[in-house]
Design a protein around this ligand. Structure first.
Ligand code: GAF
Length: 390
């Protein structure tokens, strides 16, 4: 376990005692994620390849027997929020508590007996940065309750319940990638996930050993998934699948893409969405085979292609994300692209170790010159998925 997580666990346990007057029964951690490749493919039954970040949400938790749920976050300077389990209702809450409360609601709705809980949370996952702070929050609560109530659910089952919490309780129409990444990723690996059946393959991903780094550049442009544009893309993809007579765009083979696009006739917007999803699935498969054949540097151009597709076909980039990508490529990056849902958030940059400093400086200078808020850059190291800390 990392020292940072151990320290965070001590802090949440201490604060839990102050807030609730007794010790927690345990402390759990769940990470944010960065997605290497496979964007907006998850709700099309396609492929994704995220890995867990060292940034985590930690939760100190104890059961209650009175049907009450008490929630507190280290970020909020107020008393715990108190809820009654029987009164939890979808879309009744627009604040941060909707995520943990939604998980409790989804567990109970699925027939699991949860009698109540006291929860104190703290997170180092930047919020609104496209790094899955919401999924980390959901998964840590799901895992803690799974352990305490001995529900016996596996990581992918918890991910499905967390997705349901987000879709139905919170009201954000997201896919399954982020929750599965947080629940199932492994230290030192990227997760090749088939979102249709949640089958998984852990792919070793140790860039430092090969003299490279993956930088995450948080543009500081906040994004939100419930605000419409994400849902519109999802609806457009579903329309494309319906027009093509398939269950999901995953079922359109890359080799049949041109014929499929012809069949879409003058549905120009749907054509662009379909082209992105089908080519993106193929990019994930290319990245997997490049990594498996030991050609890690070869994935750079594939990442960059992915950015062009998200920018031009899916149309979810923004000037700040494009600036990171363009500046990084002009400064010698092996590849770069936006990551996550889009409309802000973060970009990733694959770079030789020696280029990290000049590239970071060039991106900062470009942002300053454009009058953009200064970006925050860190090196992403594949880290453990959700686990019990103590
Ligand atoms: C967000 C969603 F939550 C994911 O499900 C996924 O669709 C992603 O955007 C885009 O790949 O993170």
């Amino acid at each position: 376990m990392s020292e940072a997580v151990a320290r965070a666990a001590d802090e949440v346990a201490d604060r839990f005692r102050e807030l609730y007057g007794s010790a927690p029964e345990g402390v759990w951690a769940a990470p944010g994620r960065v997605n290497l490749i496979g964007e907006h493919t998850d709700y099309n039954d396609g492929f994704v390849m995220p890995f867990a970040l060292p940034h985590t949400t930690v939760a100190a938790v104890a059961r209650r027997e009175d049907g009450r749920l008490r929630l507190h976050s280290a970020d909020i300077d107020a008393a715990p929020v108190e809820l009654t389990l029987d009164e939890l209702a979808p879309e009744s809450d627009k604040g941060w508590t909707a995520y943990p409360a939604g998980v409790v609601w989804a567990l109970r709705e699925a027939g699991h007996e949860i009698d109540g809980a006291d929860i104190h949370l703290a997170s180092t996952v930047p919020s609104g940065a496209g790094l899955s702070s919401s999924a980390a929050l959901e998964v840590v609560v799901a895992l803690a309750l799974n352990d305490l109530y001995a529900l016996g659910l596996r990581g992918w089952q918890l991910a499905r319940l967390c997705q349901r919490a987000e879709n139905v309780y919170v009201g954000a129409p997201t896919g399954i990638m982020d929750q599965t990444a947080s629940a199932c990723c492994e230290d030192g690996h990227a997760l090749f996930l088939d979102t249709r059946d949640l089958s998984q393959k852990q792919i070793p991903f140790d860039l430092a050993a090969e003299g490279m780094r993956l930088l995450v550049v948080d543009t500081q442009v906040k994004h939100a998934h419930s605000d419409g544009e994400y849902g519109k893309r999802r609806a457009g993809c579903e329309k494309g699948a319906a027009l093509l007579g398939v269950d999901a765009l995953r079922d359109v083979a890359y080799e049949e893409l041109d014929a499929a696009l012809d069949r879409l006739g003058d549905e120009e917007e749907v054509r662009r969405l379909v082209r992105h999803v089908v080519t993106e699935d193929q990019r994930v498969e290319r990245v997997v085979s490049l990594l498996e054949s030991g050609d890690t540097r070869g994935i750079g151009p594939v990442l960059t292609e992915g950015h062009a597709s998200l920018r031009d076909d899916f149309r979810i980039s923004c000037p700040e994300l494009d600036m990171v990508v363009d500046t990084a490529l002009a400064t010698g990056a092996l590849g770069a692209r936006m990551t996550g849902g889009g409309f802000g958030g973060s970009a990733i940059v694959l770079v030789e170790e020696a280029t990290v400093a000049p590239l970071t400086a060039a991106v900062e200078a470009a942002f300053a010159q454009a009058g953009f808020t200064a970006p925050r850059t860190f090196t992403a190291v594949p880290s453990p998925g959700a686990h019990r800390v103590r």
